[in-house]
Design a protein around this ligand. Sequence first.
Ligand SMILES: C[S@@+](CC[C@H](N)C(=O)[O-])C[C@H]1O[C@@H](n2cnc3c(N)ncnc32)[C@H](O)[C@@H]1O
Length: 373
Amino acid sequence: MPADKTHQRAAQILERTGPDLPADAVMREMFSTWKRGTPAEKRAVARAVFAHSRWQGWLDADDPMIKQIAAALTHQRQFDQDPESYRTDDLAAHAVPAWVHDQIDFTPAELRALQTEPVLWIRARSNHTLDTAKTLKPSEPAPAPADTTGFRYLGTDDLYRTPGFKKGHFEIQDLGSQLIGHACAPQPGETWWDTCCGEGGKTLHLADLMQGKGLIWASDRSNRRLARLKQRTARAEVFNYRAINWNGGEYPPTKTKFDGILIDAPCSGVGTWRRNPHARWTTSLTDVHELAVIQRQLLTNVANSLKPGGRLIYAVCTTTRSETTAVADAFTTAHPELEPLSLLDRGPQVFLKPAEWNANGMFLAGWKRASNQ
Ligand SMILES: C[S@@+](CC[C@H](N)C(=O)[O-])C[C@H]1O[C@@H](n2cnc3c(N)ncnc32)[C@H](O)[C@@H]1O
């Protein structure tokens, strides 16, 4: 498809987006009705849409959208060729909204990581690592501790259409999310609660790490997401779970006491701003503060469901102070019966930064209930 047609389609998408209608939702809808579009053509349109959001701070909003898109793609090309040609203070001023600097101290490397196009990570089910590596070429193993089942896919096939994906041999899952599963390190035969399971990305990983032995309670407040979880577990042939609606309130969905609890909490998603650049311009400081309240409530409401010796893991795909260290420190102070627990050999509070992992930014915190409590 000629460049001007790509830009036109991207402009149609961007003109329809707004605070309540993210670019990826509009794009998904357009792609579902664009029957003649090839995967390569759709990739080119998506790339143009994301480049526009990534370089929006350098564009003239009064220019026609087509002109803005061409300018954004020129910035992307120039940055990819020579990231140092963009000064750090310009990146700090234009790549992110001003409010975020009170919440995150970005290093020059982190600002440059934000302007880089994201890579594609997959997680093979542990009994399909070899056949996944053989079929999905070119690919390279993820860094430890995700190296046993994680891969970076370097090809251009539409992975959702591959036989391996249809048979549930692998999942498309960002490396940051995979590292959360490794930090939980559930053991076969244990009982876990994935409290904000959403569509089940982490549930599937926990089940795989448990080798299908033991039980996972998977809860979310969204029945729509729980329905998707059920489709995904069926495809991946995961059966050792129980899905249940829970709104995060004071009463847990069961009296069961758990060996492990994961709170993959709702958050501002600042750590996904590289993959989802549109969100830079729709997320606000008010969102951050409101979500921090919910995150504290979730931690408080699950703490009593831990067995003696049980582990509690808090995870968010953001790195704002209010949703990370502030939440974890307040919870540690309020719960002296829980000891901070080191995760991934990096201590009890861990930031996973995009520049280090080439993945979404994450924060993790861990605690353990003493064996005699
Ligand atoms: C970060 S997402 C979870 C992603 C999921 N764990 C995965 O790996 O695919 C956060 C989830 O929390 C759910 N949620 C939001 N507020 C909640 C609440 N108060 N109680 C329970 N779940 C909540 C949302 O519906 C959403 O699915």
